[in-house]
Design a protein around this ligand. Structure first.
Ligand SMILES: Nc1nc2c(ncn2[C@@H]2O[C@H](COP(=O)(O)OP(=O)(O)OP(=O)(O)O)[C@@H](O)[C@H]2O)c(=O)[nH]1
Ligand SMILES: [Mg+2]
Length: 345
């Protein structure tokens, strides 16, 4: 499976130590990867490193030539390289930048050729002549390309190789969002590893994608970053999702208003009515109830939350509210079952 995407962009000089390097999901450490970068570029132009990395592109090697006047890009043939234990597949654009995919060793990058070239071409057309306006634009480009290749590329391969295992060739994509600190990453970690830690506090900056195999099928959980500055990325993660999970921290009423606003912003601006929705009221362990009437009290609290957030005014009926505690594992198993129930409804 595809594990990483990166982009090497030349500054004005040919100095290879002076490249801009972007990558997703992890940062590539420029220093440590100097050798790798050098080898990648050599792979595109064996003869002269002083020239453009794609200088030797001949018309027959050009996949997408200037014949198509509407398209300003010259995209080279992808080059596959095994460097160290990295299985790389790189594409040169206009002699100005290289987009690279990193695969697991057993993968065959050529299986991804068509999708890599087509999607890069399609996405680059939105940018005029690689003129990304800032680093965020490049990062968004990489995330989108990564998502698309992962979604469609891996799916196509699964259909070819593993038809009987996933009869429809599909995994269930779960888009998990909510404001910061509600417990999204803790939840994802809990179902992936069974672990929880009170001190595990690492605000997410990117989508954290985890695959979880269940008896009912394969889940791909997209744990989103919740901090204010990253919320404009939520729309990227929403693409092609099979179910949406919205998480609320029920113990932090001070942030209910903010959470409600963010939820409705997404729902009012996008056509999400056909997508099942699961609302999780997390950190229920922190709400103090006198134990005697716990169930009744919880029902009342649930109603108060639903009323406050106005979830009843959702236009579709395929939604459910579940209290959880990632800390005590309360209802975690139920959530996993509910995901499949809602998706198949
Ligand atoms: N008591 C309690 N604490 C929880 C629970 N779930 C998560 N936490 C704690 O809440 C804090 C924030 O959790 P995260 O999982 O990082 O929150 P997040 O929603 O991923 O936050 P961002 O990545 O910033 O959007 C951590 O200290 C967790 O230990 C829970 O069910 N009960
Ligand atoms: Mg997180």
């Amino acid at each position: 499976m595809l594990s990483k995407i990166f982009l090497l962009k030349r500054k004005n000089s040919y100095d290879l130590t002076n490249l801009d390097i972007y990558s997703y999901p992890e940062d590539i450490n420029k220093k440590d990867n100097k050798d790798i970068v050098l080898k990648i570029i050599q792979g595109h132009d064996q003869e002269s490193l002083e020239n453009d990395c794609c200088d030797n592109l001949k018309s027959e090697r050009v996949v997408n030539s200037a014949q198509d006047k509407s398209n300003p890009f010259v995209i080279g043939n992808p080059v596959s390289q095994l460097i160290g234990n990295q299985n790389l597949y790189t594409l040169c654009i206009n002699g100005e930048m290289l987009i690279g995919l990193v695969f697991e060793k057993e993968d065959n990058p050529y299986d991804y050729r068509e999708i890599f070239v087509d999607m890069s071409n399609e996405l680059l057309n939105i940018e005029k002549c690689c003129s990304f306006k800032d680093d965020i634009a490049i990062e968004n480009f990489l995330i989108t390309l990564f998502i698309d290749i992962k979604r469609f590329g891996d799916e196509t391969l699964e259909q070819v190789h593993d038809v009987s295992f996933h009869p429809s060739g599909l995994f269930t994509k779960v888009f998990l969002f909510g404001i910061d600190e509600v417990g999204k990453s803790s939840f994802t970690r809990r179902i992936k590893t069974g672990k929880f830690n009170d001190n595990y506090f690492t605000p997410s900056k990117r989508f954290n994608i985890e695959y979880i195999q269940r008896q009912d099928g394969l889940l791909s959980i997209w744990d989103s970053p919740g901090q204010n500055t990253f919320r404009d990325r939520w729309l990227l993660g929403l693409q092609d999702t099979n179910i949406i999970i919205y998480m609320v921290d029920v113990a932090n009423q001070l942030r209910f208003d903010e959470s409600k606003t963010e939820f409705w912003k997404i729902y009012n601006e996008n056509d999400l009515q056909d997508i099942p929705l699961l609302i999780l009221g997390n950190k229920v362990d922190l709400i103090n109830h006198n134990n005697s009437n716990n169930d009744e009290q919880l029902k009342r609290t649930e109603k108060e939350i639903i009323d406050f957030f106005e979830f009843d005014s959702l236009h579709h009926n395929n939604w459910k509210f579940v209290f959880t505690s990632v800390k005590t594992s309360y209802n975690i198993e139920k959530v996993l079952n509910t995901i499949f129930t809602l998706v198949s409804a």
